[in-house]
Write a protein that binds this ligand. Structure first.
Ligand code: TXA
Ligand code: MG
Length: 373
């Protein structure tokens, strides 16, 4: 019930949609809403004050840019004042509405023939950048909210900074309760990982963040020129100014320590069991399993040491949908250590492994080589 100050989760009714839209239009406060990827925390992208309220509510580092959400290409043209670059045409045609964010040059303020200034995206959305990211979500609640406000909505994921992105209204509530006036509850997000971010303003065109659209699909529909800048394990240092702001921050982190096992095949499973058996102390251990960990076959002494097992799923889509929710569930269960099974990096696997790497305190490859601390 939106009227209770302690429980701001609101069912998706026309009244609540209009209430949220009014808050956005009048720059009252940012509101949380569902998208097909993750929940967003939205405010008018045209207002610097409104955008700054998002950074404050999330406690977000001020140089991490927000994604602008639109409900139609004509709405985008109204703030862009030019055509969308040709390189994006096939991608937009195939993936919008959907989990794809494109990078565009940030337009300057424009004086119209009648002397007034045309609406422009506030530079506060994208601090220190000459570009901004934009996407058209497919979730009906997100689309309706944007259409009702008739305003482009700037929205990062609605988690508190450095927490896993929220895929249910309850997750948003857990992080943001008391800091925002309303959470539109659209149920669980279908994709579960954030959008793929692509930059066609540079040469060669670059995939900046793997996400809901796979790299294979980007190249299939956008052409073979697209390069994945996340390939390799390099992550930007803390004080570097990077082309992919946001990727340098610690991210998706549950409170527990996370150890990710890479390498696939049944031999690995024995190694994981041995790792758990050898752990000393009275640790509460949670396991995130996907395709290969089969606990029925594990020795009793190992099974006894495991407090809780969460199955991520068998397909890439299922694993994507469950990953953030399961990380949060393991935190709720109070585990000290999460043992996670890596997946191979094709199709949805690239985005899954990108998020798992960021959640990890340690990554063990098949030679027990520690790749991160
Ligand atoms: O699926 C999504 O993208 C969700 C939903 C709510 O739409 N949004 C989201 O926003 O995940 P978030 O919190 O990840 O932040 C946006 C990220 C930045 O951290 C950065 O990596 C990238 O998008 N980004 C945004 N604007 C950019 C720009 N101008 N240049 C490069 N990267 C940018
Ligand atoms: Mg985020």
């Amino acid at each position: 019930d939106a009227d209770s100050p302690n429980i701001p989760k609101a069912s998706v009714t026309f009244t609540n949609l209009c209430k949220a839209a009014d808050m956005i239009r009048n720059h009252v406060a940012p509101v949380a809403f569902p998208t097909e990827t993750v929940y967003g925390l939205g405010a008018s992208a045209l207002s610097t004050t409104a955008v700054q309220q998002i950074f404050a509510a999330k406690n977000r580092p001020s140089d991490n840019p927000l994604i602008v959400h639109i409900s139609s290409v004509s709405q985008l043209r109204r703030v862009l004042h030019t055509e969308v670059p040709d390189i994006y045409r096939p991608l937009i045609q195939r993936f919008w509405p959907g989990p794809l964010t494109i990078i565009l040059p940030l337009p300057d303020a424009i004086r119209q023939e009648d002397g007034t200034e045309a609406a422009v995206i506030s530079p506060a959305c994208t601090p220190g950048q000459s570009t901004f990211g934009v996407r058209m979500p497919s979730h009906p609640v997100a689309r309706s909210l944007i259409a009702i406000t008739d305003t482009p909505i700037a929205a990062p994921s609605a988690n508190a900074s450095s927490r896993p992105s929220p895929t249910t209204a309850q997750h948003v509530y857990d992080d943001m309760s008391g800091r925002i006036p309303i959470i539109l509850d659209g149920g669980a997000c279908n994709v579960g990982l954030e959008s793929t971010v692509v930059d066609g303003t540079v040469s060669p065109p670059a995939i900046l963040r793997p996400g809901g659209v796979s790299l294979e699909e980007i190249r299939k529909y956008g052409g073979p020129l697209w390069k994945d800048v996340m390939t390799g394990k390099s992550e930007a240092g803390q004080d570097e100014k990077v082309r992919t702001p946001g990727m340098k921050y610690k991210h998706y982190s549950p409170k527990a320590k996370v150890v990710v096992f890479l390498g696939h095949g049944d031999g690995r499973v024995g190694e994981v069991a041995k790792y758990i058996r050898d752990l000393e102390g009275d640790l509460k251990i949670g396991v995130l399993s996907s395709r290969l960990f089969k606990f029925d076959s594990w020795d009793e002494d190992v099974k006894k040491k495991i407090y809780i097992v969460k199955e991520l799923g068998k397909s890439g889509a299922e694993i994507s949908r469950n990953l953030f929710a399961h990380l949060r569930d393991l935190d709720e269960a109070g585990v000290d250590l999460i043992i996670a099974e890596g997946v191979s990096e094709e199709d949805e696997g690239a985005a899954i492994m990108n998020r798992l790497r960021k959640a990890a305190t340690e990554i063990l490859d098949s030679h027990r080589h520690i790749m991160k601390n």
